[in-house]
Design a protein around this ligand. Structure first.
Ligand SMILES: [Zn+2]
Ligand SMILES: [Zn+2]
Length: 461
């Protein structure tokens, strides 16, 4: 048996054409039944209904996901899936392969070199997760931004790896993968950990621990005993049904899921119903969450279009520039942000701007952390996964629909995360207060008011 094909392919679902192995070795695996095959696109014949297509990689069945083309390879008219096209085209004449041979023996259990201490609330949540894993039920960890969620996961993940189980931590955001990867690698020094995201490459061989964007789960099938879905409410997981299906497909039959979030959605509450639940209302340093304040900025768009920054906004920036506190200003659109950047640069030429497709995003965030730039303009792309001591945050245009309740809570969650700087300003500049803004503030106040009580339920007031 070819062990390197086994190690690579076990738990994956891969386009046969793109397997990084010589053709004759792949052919031998197919012949001996070690490699299983699924058609790229499956045509479902339904009684009394038109045929339906399903992409076997992303499981999309939406008719809008499929398009026909004259296929040069097979000479026929083929369909391909538009929904997962960013991961390479899957067409009806493509074959998706998976490992069907004998399983790879488990690796020796890794050590846990993380030596930090958990707060009592973190400890409790960690034990509750372990309990749910033992019972094989789903679990929801609802922890405020800055509760120290990663540390809570170390022990449960470690105990799974010790048992020879395979574990995935999935998150919608590449930035979060990049933030978690070095921390888990440092904690489990002798385990192979793959970090998978758009452009990362597939990782070599087999990894018992995979940290991946939720999109990368399309490339797995029956792989994981447990999947931790981090920041599960973040776009696009909350909107995209196929991503939820991808979590199910990537899990082994009977595998379980742990959802980790600061802002649980209705879907998530439904999916974990009957499972375990942990709630942490306090940040690890024990200080309350900063409460966003509202500042009216009437007709700010007109002022910016006329080439000047609204006075209150430029005063806010000037204060941060003189105190030297790093800051983020969140924008509802790339267009407004780019229109505003030259005006901010009149205050300080080093202020930069980042959005989803900016290439220098990572460099700019690092420069902000290192104090080389005083502040950044950003879209909601930086609403999560960023920890910078002393950070202050402003939203320009908080009335825009992109600033949902959970987006505002997450943005507020960037501020006051470190123990020596537990406070900071979160200001929502707006042209009219929305229900989402009110809801976010109400929820933060509620979390701050509630005390931890022994049974984990909110104190009644
Ligand atoms: Zn697809
Ligand atoms: Zn074809």
């Amino acid at each position: 048996m070819n062990e390197s094909i086994r190690d690579f392919l076990q738990g994956r679902l891969w386009l046969k054409e793109l397997l990084p192995f010589p053709e004759e070795e792949v052919a031998e695996g197919l012949e001996r039944g070690w490699i299983g095959v699924l058609p790229g696109i499956h045509r479902q014949n339904r009684r009394f209904l038109p045929d339906r297509l399903r992409c076997n990689r992303c499981l999309s069945t939406e008719s809008a996901s499929f398009a026909s083309f004259d296929c040069a390879r097979c000479g026929k008219v083929c369909q391909y899936c538009r929904h997962c096209i960013r991961m390479g085209r899957v067409a009806s004449c493509d074959e998706l392969v998976y490992w069907a041979g004998p399983e790879r023996p488990s690796d020796p259990p890794p050590g846990l070199s993380w030596a930090g201490r958990l707060t009592p609330a973190q400890q409790k949540a960690s034990e509750e997760i372990l309990e749910s894993l033992r019972l094989g039920r789903p679990h929801l960890l609802h922890a405020v931004c800055g509760a120290g969620k990663t540390e809570i996961l170390f022990r449960p993940v470690h105990s799974l790896l010790e048992e020879g189980k395979r574990v995935c931590i999935a998150t919608p955001r590449t930035d979060v993968v990049l933030e978690l990867l070095p921390r888990f690698r440092a904690a489990f020094g002798d385990a192979t950990v793959h970090g998978l995201y758009g452009g990362s490459g597939p990782g070599e061989g087999f990894a018992p621990l995979v940290i991946a964007t939720t999109h990368q789960l399309y490339r797995f099938r029956h792989a994981f005993d447990v999947i931790f879905v981090d920041e599960a409410d973040a776009f696009p997981y909350s909107f995209d049904r196929t991503l939820r299906d991808a979590v199910k497909k990537a899990a082994k039959p009977g595998g379980s899921a742990v959802f980790v979030t600061a802002t649980p959605s209705a879907v998530m509450l439904a999916e974990t119903e009957g499972g375990g639940r942990s709630v942490i209302r306090r940040r690890f340093h024990g200080h309350p969450l900063p409460v966003p304040r509202f500042e009216a900025l009437w007709n700010y768009r007109k002022q910016i279009a006329a080439g000047r920054l609204p006075k209150r906004l430029s005063e806010w920036i000037a204060e941060r520039l003189s105190s030297g506190d790093p800051f983020l200003v969140f924008f509802p659109s790339v267009r407004l942000m780019e229109q505003s950047l030259p005006l901010f640069n009149e205050l300080d030429g080093r202020i930069g701007a980042v959005h989803a497709s900016s290439r220098e995003r990572r460099e700019l965030v690092r420069a902000l952390r290192d104090g080389k730039v005083p502040g950044l303009l950003t879209t909601t792309i930086l609403e999560r996964g960023i920890t910078i001591p002393g950070l202050q945050a402003a939203v320009l245009g908080a009335e825009d629909s992109v600033f949902s309740r959970s987006a505002i809570i997450q943005i507020g969650g960037r501020v006051g995360r470190s123990a020596d700087r537990p406070d900071g300003d979160v200001v929502l500049f707006h042209h009219g207060i929305t229900p989402e803004m009110d809801d976010a503030v109400r929820e933060i106040r509620k979390l701050n008011r509630e005390e931890e009580v022994p049974d984990g339920l909110p104190a009644v007031r």
